[in-house]
Ligand binder design. Structure first.
Ligand code: SAM
Length: 294
C-alpha cells in the first residue's frame, strides 16, 4: 500500500538541514574516517594496475568531505598519478559546497574534477547515450543507495565500469544497526515505494550472493545521540526524527499511533542504549567492496 506520508527527500532544504544535524549528533563521519585511514589504504594500493592516470567516480558525494579524505589516501598510495574525479550529485547546494572546498585547496591540482549535477540514473543514461568506453579505477557510493529505484541495477551498472583491479566501495547502514531494526518493523509505513530507501548492507549482500558477485565486507561501529527526539516540540528533535524516518515533518504528519510506535522502538534496547540520561541509537555502518566483473 502506498504511504500517504511525504518523503523527506522531496524537500532538499530540510533534507540537508536534517542531514547536517545528523552528522553533528552522530559519529558517522568519524567512523568512516577511521575506516579510510585503517582499511582503505590497502584497498586503494591494489587498484590502478600501474597506470599513471586514475579515474574515480563519486556517486552521491554531498559536500565532498569524505570524498576528499579518500582522495588524500589515494594520493599517498599513488603519489605520481594524475586523477580525473567525476562527481555525481543532484543537490546544487551540496555540489556548490564541494566546489568551494576544492577551490580552497590548490594542492588538489593533480585532480581534474568533473561536476555532474545529476542523479545516479541520469549519469547512467548520459554515459550510455554518449557510448563512453572509459573505465574507472575507483567508484564509491557512500550513504546514497537509499535514493535509487533499484540498488541492484545501480550496482551492476557501476560495477560494469570498473577497470582491471578497480574497486566499487559501498557504505550503507548495517543490517544489524538500529536502522535495520526500525526498517524491518516499519518498512511499509515509513518507506517510499518509489525508491529503495530502507536498504541496508544486509540487503546488498543478499543481492550480491544471489548473483555470485565477489566482495569484501566490514562493519563500522557508530552511534547517534537521539535524546532530543523524545522532547515533544523540540525543533532539533523533530529534524532528527525526519532524518530517522525519512518522512517530511514526521511528528506533524504521522498518525499518533505510528509516532508513538516509532518513538517507543527508537528507545528499545534493540535500537538504542540509554545512559546518563541520553538515548544513544545504534548507527553501525557496513562497507562492501566489490571487484570488477570477470
Ligand atoms: C546521506 S547523503 C551522503 C553524502 C556523502 N556521501 C556523505 O556520506 O557525507 C546522500 C547524498 O546522496 C545524494 N543523492 C540523493 N539522491 C541521489 C541519486 N538518485 N543519485 C545520486 N545521489 C543522490 C544527496 O543529494 C546527498 O548528497
Amino acid at each position: 500500500m502506498a504511504s500517504p506520508l511525504m518523503s523527506l527527500g522531496q524537500d532538499d532544504n530540510r533534507y540537508q538541514k536534517s542531514f547536517q544535524l545528523f552528522l553533528e549528533r552522530s559519529s558517522e563521519h568519524q567512523c568512516m574516517q577511521d575506516f579510510i585511514h585503517r582499511q582503505l589504504p590497502e584497498i586503494l594500493a591494489s587498484i590502478g594496475d600501474g597506470k599513471s592516470h586514475l579515474n574515480v567516480i563519486g556517486v552521491g558525494s554531498g559536500a565532498g568531505t569524505i570524498d576528499l579524505e579518500m582522495l588524500s589516501v589515494l594520493r599517498l598510495k599513488h603519489p605520481a598519478v594524475t586523477v580525473e574525479n567525476e562527481v555525481v550529485e543532484p543537490s546544487s547546494q551540496q555540489l556548490h559546497n564541494y566546489r568551494v572546498s576544492v577551490a580552497q585547496k590548490p594542492e588538489l591540482d593533480y585532480i581534474k574534477f568533473t561536476w555532474n549535477k545529476m542523479t545516479a540514473s541520469e549519469f547512467e543514461e548520459a554515459w550510455k547515450v554518449k557510448k563512453l568506453t572509459k573505465r574507472a579505477d575507483f567508484i564509491h557510493m557512500i550513504q546514497m543507495l537509499y535514493y535509487v529505484k533499484d540498488p541492484g541495477a545501480t550496482i551492476s551498472f557501476f560495477q560494469s565500469l570498473l577497470d582491471k583491479n578497480g574497486k566499487l566501495l559501498i557504505i550503507l547502514v548495517s543490517g544489524e544497526s538500529g536502522w535495520g531494526r526500525l526498517w524491518r518493523t516499519y518498512r511499509h509505513q515509513l518507506c517510499n515505494t518509489e525508491i529503495s530507501q530502507c536498504v541496508t548492507t544486509g540487503d546488498i549482500k543478499s543481492f550480491l550472493d544471489s548473483t555470485g558477485v565477489s566482495y569484501q565486507s566490514y562493519e563500522l561501529p557508530s552511534q547517534m545521540d537521539i535524546t532530543e527526539c523524545f522532547t515533544e516540540g523540540d525543533e532539533k528533535g523533530e529534524l532528527l526524527l525526519d532524518f530517522l524516518t525519512e518522512v517530511l515533518d514526521f511528528s506533524k504528519t504521522a498518525s499518533p499511533e505510528l509516532r508513538a510506535g516509532v518513538l517507543q522502538l527508537l528507545r528499545h534496547p534493540d535500537c538504542s542504549v540509554e545512559s546518563d540520561g541520553k538515548v544513544i541509537f545504534n548507527n553501525n555502518l557496513g562497507v562492501i567492496v566489490i571487484d570488477p566483473l570477470c
